[in-house]
Design a protein around this ligand. Structure first.
Ligand code: 1CP
Length: 356
């Protein structure tokens, strides 16, 4: 493997000194880029993109051709794991992800097993190896997976939900089945992430998009404990370097304090918590990643730059910050606003890293 030329991301995630704050953007490859829409049209649909390593590699590289980002993230989806468990993932136009065979009974939950990441998910590992070759050491590659709880919501609901009626209902009504499902998912995700590291992923992120909808006690029992079970099983070193792990719970708020004790190297922070407060909650235990409100990208480049400076000011001095949005970039923003955000981080952040 070629020598890594830009290791700012890996250093910042481990709270090591850097010359400036590194940056990448959640959903940086996506529908806001015309070149992504063209690739997706050629592939026919979203799964056609994810399932074809050449296309997944092409799309992963697109934002790096446009913006001086400090990381690439594997182009895939968190729902490939339940798909590999036999649930039949598909995307209906304008409706988001759906499963053909959602888990609708305790018996269905008992019947699922762990997929082999090098068999059913071989296409993801092939994409990881191909992207590493294509990156040629330019920036590190982030691998990822969904948290057990977040995956379980889609598997039990059959798709996206506003009320979490079935999935939260299961936690209250039949916690034993819920624990069984979350345990299988945690072990499956750990094996899947370790296979990504073996294929070349250099940092890992666990997306717990729906952890914030649980009450604090249930968050601990049904979301955080299973992320912890994953972190405990992960390969933490590859190619002679530590492989940093980032946990992201959307809507975490004060739960960041408990998350900082999970053994993760870094936490993603959404825009509803100030980075200064997140720093106070987590002390020096973890690095922080975030947290520009994605809606700021609907404003002018001038306003975007002002908001980026506010995020950098809020974290303040010292290492341990990776700039990002507080959640994924939305499809209808102007790519020039992403360019302005990335450039402002480069221009404004060196002052926070000067030796004192
Ligand atoms: O082209 C399209 O219409 C598909 C849109 C799309 C994209 C670009 C989906 C469907 N997934 C993705 C890629 C994706 N998904 C990445 C790629 C890497 C990147 O550039 O960041 C990642 C990391 C994800 C992760 C993901 N998928 C999450 C967790 C992060 C988050 O945004 O909260 C979740 C919840 C999903 C499920 C999913 N897949 C796709 C959509 C539209 C959704 C969300 C549905 C919902 O809101 O319930």
């Amino acid at each position: 493997m070629s020598e890594l030329q830009n290791d700012r991301l890996l250093r910042a995630l481990l709270r090591q000194p850097v010359d400036r704050t590194p940056t990448w953007i959640m959903r940086q490859a996506g529908r806001y880029l015309p070149e992504y829409r063209a690739s997706r049209a050629r592939a026919g649909n979203f799964m056609g993109l994810c399932g074809n390593p050449d296309m997944a590699c092409e799309v992963t590289m697109q934002p790096l051709e446009r913006f001086p980002l400090d990381a690439a993230i594997l182009f895939s989806d968190i729902l490939t794991v339940p798909d590999a468990m036999g649930l039949g993932l598909y995307f209906s136009e304008g409706e988001g992800p759906r499963f053909e065979r959602p888990l609708q009974s305790a018996a269905a939950i008992r019947a699922i097993g762990q997929p082999d990441p090098n068999d059913e998910l071989r296409y993801v590992m092939d994409a990881v190896s191909l992207i590493r070759r294509e990156l040629n050491g330019r920036v590190p590659l982030i691998g990822f997976a969904g948290s057990p709880w977040t995956l379980a919501t889609y598997m039990v609901e059959g798709g996206s939900t506003k009320t979490f009626g079935r999935s939260k209902g299961l936690l209250f009504e039949d916690p034993e089945s819920a624990h069984h499902l979350l345990g299988v998912l945690a072990d499956s995700v750990a094996a899947y992430l370790n296979a990504q590291v073996a294929a070349g992923a250099q940092a890992l992120m666990i997306f717990d998009t729906w952890g914030g909808v649980l009450n604090p006690a249930m968050y601990r029992t049904f979301s955080l404990d299973y992320m912890q079970r994953i972190v405990d099983q992960l390969t933490r070193e590859a190619e002679g370097r530590r492989v940093p792990v980032v946990l992201f719970t959307k809507g975490a708020g004060t739960r960041l304090a408990a998350m900082a004790d999970s053994g993760a190297d870094a936490l993603g922070v959404d825009w509803t918590t100030d980075l200064a407060d997140a720093r106070t909650l987590t002390g020096d235990r973890v690095a922080l990643q975030g947290n520009l409100d994605p809606a700021a990208l609907y404003a002018s480049p001038t306003a975007v730059r002002r908001e980026v400076r506010a995020v950098l000011d809020s974290f303040g001095n010292g290492p341990g910050h990776v700039f990002n949005l507080g959640h994924g970039v939305t499809p209808d923003i102007d790519p020039d606003c992403v360019a302005a955000a990335v450039d402002e981080v480069i221009q404004y952040s060196p002052q926070f890293h000067s030796p004192s």
